[in-house]
Write a protein that binds this ligand. Structure first.
Ligand SMILES: [Zn+2]
Length: 306
């Protein structure tokens, strides 16, 4: 039995998770983002609530995982920094292990989501790339069961690979990053720049180009298809670099399902380095499965990738 704790700016949510990724019991407490020490105590309280609700004793829990935005040091077991929470190297693992005999892992949201999808969609085997398309483009890379961390622990910044030198300005301050094109923000920018039918819409979200395209609006088809091609180009780069068994696309936009996935698969099969060679295994490209519970389930499975 595992416990996953998803730490957010307004609530700390905990869940008792079984081997299949099902949440058996849940607990939640309000966040107090002012103090790191108080936040850790509340993480523990949220876990206790979940265990109490499920009438599960603490000694049945073999691993606790904690996911938070910002920077976590899993080696030291501390929360280092978060934009909204004053962590300041707060010892987290210690707080838990002083109170129960358990393995504790911590990591950021993106790596938690990657861990969750790796176990649920990738069956916890082989090499795996998780790409999340949202306000930005993030993700995680798992090679033979281990998260790729890099020399500073910051590997997996998939969105900040340059795809158009001198192109659109990215949030990171550089130009032409994949994120500036393949994020949902990029898609909304594409739609605004295109104008026409889009200019007549009261609000433009990531769904607007997909809805317009489904209704046969030419500008929407154009914007949607170009955006998908930009996503697919980056996905193809990842397939060439890592040749993973599976690549999972997450973020709310992944709910577009086959409208998004089928053209990406087509692009990759036509453009990947190994295209046209018969008899080779192909990277399976699928949509994320965990949805709203990705934070809890992913945190619970952190021990599988560390
Ligand atoms: Zn960038």
């Amino acid at each position: 039995m595992y416990v996953g704790i998803d730490v957010g700016g307004t609530a700390i949510k905990a869940g008792v998770v079984d081997e299949n990724g099902s949440i058996i019991a849940r607990g939640s407490v309000d966040s107090q983002p002012g103090s790191g020490a108080e936040m850790v105590r509340l993480m523990y309280v949220a876990m206790c609530h979940a265990l109490d609700r499920g009438m599960i004793s603490r000694d049945r829990v073999t691993a606790v995982g904690i996911g938070s935005s910002g920077l976590c040091d899993n080696e030291k077991g501390t929360m280092v920094y978060s934009p909204n929470i004053a962590y300041d190297n707060t010892p987290v693992r210690e707080y838990f292990t002083e109170r129960m005999d358990v393995r504790v892992d911590l990591d950021n949201d993106a790596n938690c989501a990657a861990a969750g999808e790796y176990v649920v969609a990738g069956e916890g085997r082989g090499s795996f790339v998780f790409v999340t398309l949202g306000t930005g483009v993030g993700g995680g890379i798992i090679i033979d069961g281990k998260l790729l961390r890099g020399v500073n622990g910051g590997a997996g910044e998939l969105g900040h690979t340059t795809v158009y030198p001198g192109g659109r300005l990215c949030g990171c301050g550089r130009r032409g990053c994949w994120e500036a094109y393949a994020s949902v923000s990029g898609l909304i920018n594409d739609a605004r720049e295109r104008g026409g039918w889009f200019a007549a819409q009261s609000e433009i979200t990531g769904r607007t180009p997909f809805e317009g395209a489904a209704a046969g609006i030419p500008e929407a088809v154009e914007v949607r298809d170009r955006w998908i091609e930009n996503v697919a180009m980056g996905v193809c780069n990842l397939v060439n670099v890592f040749q993973p068994d599976r690549l999972v696309i997450g973020g709310a936009i992944s709910k577009e399902g086959e409208n998004l996935l089928a053209p990406i698969r087509k692009f990759v099969s036509e453009n990947a380095y190994t295209r046209g060679i018969p008899g080779l295994k192909r990277t399976e490209i699928t949509a994320a499965r965990l949805g709203n519970d990705a934070g809890i389930v992913g945190a619970a499975f952190l021990h599988k990738i560390h």
